[in-house]
Design a binder for this molecule. Structure first.
Ligand code: C5P
Length: 232
């Protein structure tokens, strides 16, 4: 195992992604319980949008498939597709991935969805109710199965414990080329924050640990790694 500690800023921006088409998923998904309630999560979408901006700035055409977020994207090189549910995100990824050179799966996709969605608002009462949840499709794993040798697939892992071991397992199970690990234990990293602290693990078992940085700078580090995979 080779171990790097990367403390410095990323190198200067390049135009190394000209002619490349990159799919990026971002934000949370929402799974309806009834017409007014849903299961969601705290993802802001900032990491995915920063990745889209970075890829576009380097010359790529970006397909950004985004769950509901409060962010704007006005870069003409970014084709924004808005979705709500995990199933909708899955369908859009299936449609666009075959025409892309790479995909970065930064969305916090809901792992479960209610088995039955109430047609009407569930009424308040004194009785206990329970919600039956069924698993959603794993989009990253599905793209991993259909990936060709020339496509690059990048995933994220948000772990609360055994970060490296669990992330490496995901890297193999989902057939990713590299995985970006966020630790829930690091202050200033994760969902609602403007900053993030990541470690990148690749298939050759290289582990690169980065400092806590603004998400825009984190995006540059991730896209630097992507460029080495795509152009190397
Ligand atoms: O298995 P886990 O949810 O921790 O994996 C996280 C990675 O898988 C992220 O890259 C996330 O975008 C992706 N994922 C997905 N579809 C799901 C669940 C996770 O694409 N249903």
């Amino acid at each position: 195992m080779i171990y790097f500690l990367t403390g410095k800023q990323n190198p200067q921006k390049t135009k190394g992604l000209i002619g490349k088409k990159i799919l990026i998923t971002a934000g949370p998904t929402r799974e309806d319980i009834d017409p007014v309630r849903f299961i969601g999560n705290r993802s802001s979408g900032k990491m995915g949008y920063a990745l889209a901006a970075s890829c576009a700035a380097r010359g790529a055409e970006v397909i950004l498939i985004s769950g509901p977020v409060n962010l704007l994207m006005d870069d003409p090189s970014v084709h924004l597709i808005k979705v709500i549910t995990a199933e909708e995100m899955y369908q859009q990824c299936m449609e666009y991935f075959p025409g892309c050179h790479a995909a970065i799966m930064s969305a916090a996709v809901s792992d479960f969805t209610p088995k039955v969605k109430g047609m009407n608002k569930i009424k308040r009462g004194n009785k206990k109710i329970s919600l039956e949840l069924v698993p959603t499709k794993d989009i990253a794993a599905s793209l991993g199965e259909m990936k060709t040798a020339r496509q690059v697939l990048v995933g994220f892992a948000l772990e609360s414990d055994n970060e490296i071991v669990n992330a490496r397992k995901k890297l193999i199970e989902k057939n990713l080329d590299f995985i970006v690990v966020n630790s829930l234990r690091v202050e200033g990293a994760g969902f609602e924050s403007d900053t993030n602290k990541i470690t990148i693990i690749d298939r050759d078992n290289n582990i690169e640990e980065f400092e806590l940085k603004h998400k825009k700078e984190v995006a540059e580090d991730i896209v630097d790694k992507l460029e080495t995979y795509m152009n190397g």
